[in-house]
Design a protein around this ligand. Structure first.
Ligand SMILES: [Fe+2]
Length: 243
């Protein structure tokens, strides 16, 4: 089935797909920690290689009107909100949406809709790779090849993934990630700030926060909050009028 969303994105719906279990092209040795040592008499030996992509995990779309797009996608796909991000108090910027699989745990997000300045477009596509070693080997591979890093390595707050963003030769942003959160339908939506969206639990700061990418995050939040507040002022009914 083919649909067109409110911003003109063509959405292709495929059902009944069979998903195969990931087949790693290498062994995945258990990790020794301070608490447990499951790997004994077996050294870790990793071969240099690109990261091994297992599947596409999510996409981030820039939309003109977040509430309009959110309603459209939720009505058709039953998506649930994991985290809604606010540019300022009660000023939504976007949301991380996940699939409703009932009691079956589902990725923290499959789709992120973001109402950001600029025309609608794909902000990034994200691919799950095998594990942390695979992500770091992939990072090393891309760095050695002279590719353009965008952000990473680090661990997100929302979704908790360990991430690594790169630009392809055409300027598209692509993400490798591993170790993300999963939730069931019982987990309620959360509200988050834009600062939390760009902050990391550890790792490389976002280029905007590090001052390496203009405009700064604070300016975007300010512009969006201002724009939405002005719109609300125009829409607000005069006091004393009834619905
Ligand atoms: Fe992502």
């Amino acid at each position: 089935m083919r649909l067109v969303d409110p911003d003109g994105y063509r959405v292709e719906v495929v059902t009944g797909q069979e998903v195969r279990a990931p087949a790693l092209p290498f062994t995945d040795p258990p990790r020794n920690t301070a608490a447990a040592k499951p790997r004994t008499r077996a050294p870790v030996r990793l071969a240099s290689a690109p990261a091994h992509i297992q599947r596409i995990g999510h996409a981030v779309l820039r939309v003109r009107d977040f509430r309009r797009s959110e309603a459209w996608y939720k009505a058709r796909f039953g998506l649930l909100t994991s985290d809604e991000v606010e540019a300022a108090r009660d000023v939504p910027l976007g949301a991380f949406l996940r699939c409703d699989r009932g009691d079956v745990p589902s990725d923290h997000h499959t789709l992120f809709l973001a109402q950001l300045p600029g025309p609608p477009g794909l902000l990034h596509a994200a691919f799950e790779i095998a594990n942390l070693d695979d992500l770091m080997l992939g990072h090393q591979h891309l760095k050695a090849a002279g590719r353009k890093p965008a952000w990473g390595v680090g661990r997100h707050i929302m979704g908790s993934q360990i991430f690594d963003y790169w630009l392809d030769p055409f300027g598209n942003e692509l993400e490798h990630w591993t170790d993300g959160d999963l939730f069931t339908a019982d987990d309620p939506p959360q509200k988050q700030t834009m600062q939390a969206l760009l902050a990391v639990q550890w790792g490389t700061p976002h280029p905007m926060l590090a001052g390496r990418l203009a405009p700064p995050a604070g300016l975007i939040a300010f512009i969006m909050a201002l724009r939405l507040r002005v719109l609300r002022l125009f829409r607000r009914k005069p006091e004393g009028t009834s619905a």
